[in-house]
Design a protein around this ligand. Structure first.
Ligand code: NI
Length: 195
């Protein structure tokens, strides 16, 4: 089932997600619904707060990036196959050169901004079967994981841009909260007036 994606301005996007256990109600179904919702919106990641649940769960599939011309063959293969469910994730380490990448977010349609982050991340998490993993990622895979991880910490990419850029997009963000935007997927807007 495709779920409505929560738009910028909803308080659920600002909550720090809580850890979940294996007996979280309908977890399998929730993960399936999140995948369907992400693919329908052509996203490369989706975090639970974006569908209204302040829990430490996010999914990632970087395969759309594998078409990028600048990649070498091993990066291409990695991104093609990087599909993960991250539960109760904790970033252990971020390091490497800072680099800017033009980020977007399904909760913030039609806005993209360069965000600077470190290039490498080491993350500990359990997968959908509650099997524990520790992975070190870099490049685009790290970038998507860092963006989704921020969601479960209540952080959005627009928090990480300069104050000048924040001022420039303020009105656009207000309009998104009010539903004055036309994404090609279902959304739920916190300040939309009932018609
Ligand atoms: Ni996002």
């Amino acid at each position: 089932m495709i779920l409505p994606i929560i738009a910028y301005g909803d308080p659920v996007l600002r909550k720090v997600g809580v850890e979940i256990t294996q007996d979280y109600p309908n977890l399998k179904e929730l993960i399936e619904n999140m995948k369907e919702t992400m693919y329908n919106a052509q996203g490369v990641g989706l975090a639970a707060p974006q569908i209204g649940k302040a829990i430490r769960l996010f999914i990632v599939d970087t395969s759309p990036f594998s078409a990028d011309e600048d990649l070498d063959e091993s990066e291409r293969t990695f991104l093609e196959n990087f599909k993960r469910v991250f539960i109760n994730a904790k970033i252990l380490k971020e390091e490497g050169n800072e680099w800017a990448f033009n980020e977007g977010c399904l909760s913030i349609p039609n806005i993209r901004e360069d965000v600077v982050r470190e290039s490498e991340v080491t993350i500990e998490y359990v997968d959908e079967n509650f099997k524990k993993h520790t992975e070190t990622l870099n490049g685009l895979a790290a970038r998507v994981v860092q963006h989704e991880y921020d969601h479960i910490e209540g952080i959005l990419f627009t928090d990480k841009i300069s104050s000048l850029k924040k001022r420039l997009i303020k009105k656009k963000l207000e309009n998104i909260s009010k539903g004055k935007v036309n994404p090609d997927y279902r959304m739920k807007f916190p300040l939309q007036k009932r018609k």
